[in-house]
Design a protein around this ligand. Structure first.
Ligand SMILES: [Zn+2]
Ligand SMILES: [Zn+2]
Length: 140
């Protein structure tokens, strides 16, 4: 494994948000200044093939960008807020149950699971409710 590849992997592993290829390249450059786009894309493809990372589109909030995250033992649902763009991760035993049921009922051997939910995050839902209350309380 080359130092450049290792830099890409480390960036994905230590990220505390979902990174797209451009953000990945920027952060990898801090570690390995000589790294180029092609290396980043090749490394992403390799890590995907090895099933070490997942590729997400996160409801296409930012157009056609794809995001990458290290595969965790526990699958999670991505909650994407259409209003502020926040991405939350949500895991539930029910999600694990659903996967088990699919395998049992459909005989399907699951390798990748991806579930994205789009809408308003808690803060945005509250803000919209408040705005509506204020609008309806206004005297005409
Ligand atoms: Zn929001
Ligand atoms: Zn995630």
């Amino acid at each position: 494994m080359t130092a450049q590849r290792r830099a890409v992997i480390e960036v994905i592993q230590t990220a505390n948000e979902h990174l797209d290829a451009a953000a990945l390249l920027d952060l990898a450059r801090n570690r390995e200044p000589g790294i180029d786009r092609a290396t980043v894309y090749r490394t992403i493809e390799l890590l995907k093939r090895l099933r070490l990372i997942d590729e997400l589109d996160l409801m296409h909030l930012q157009g056609e960008k794809h995001y990458y995250e290290v595969k965790t033992r526990r699958d999670h649902v991505h909650l994407a807020c259409f209003r502020c763009g926040r991405i939350e991760e949500y895991s539930s035993p029910l999600f694990e149950q659903l996967k088990a049921e699919i395998t049992e009922q459909a005989g399907f051997e699951i390798r990748v699971t991806r579930l994205e939910v789009g809408g308003n995050c808690h803060a945005c839902a509250e803000a919209e409710k408040k705005a509506q209350r204020e609008a309806s309380a206004k005297p005409r």
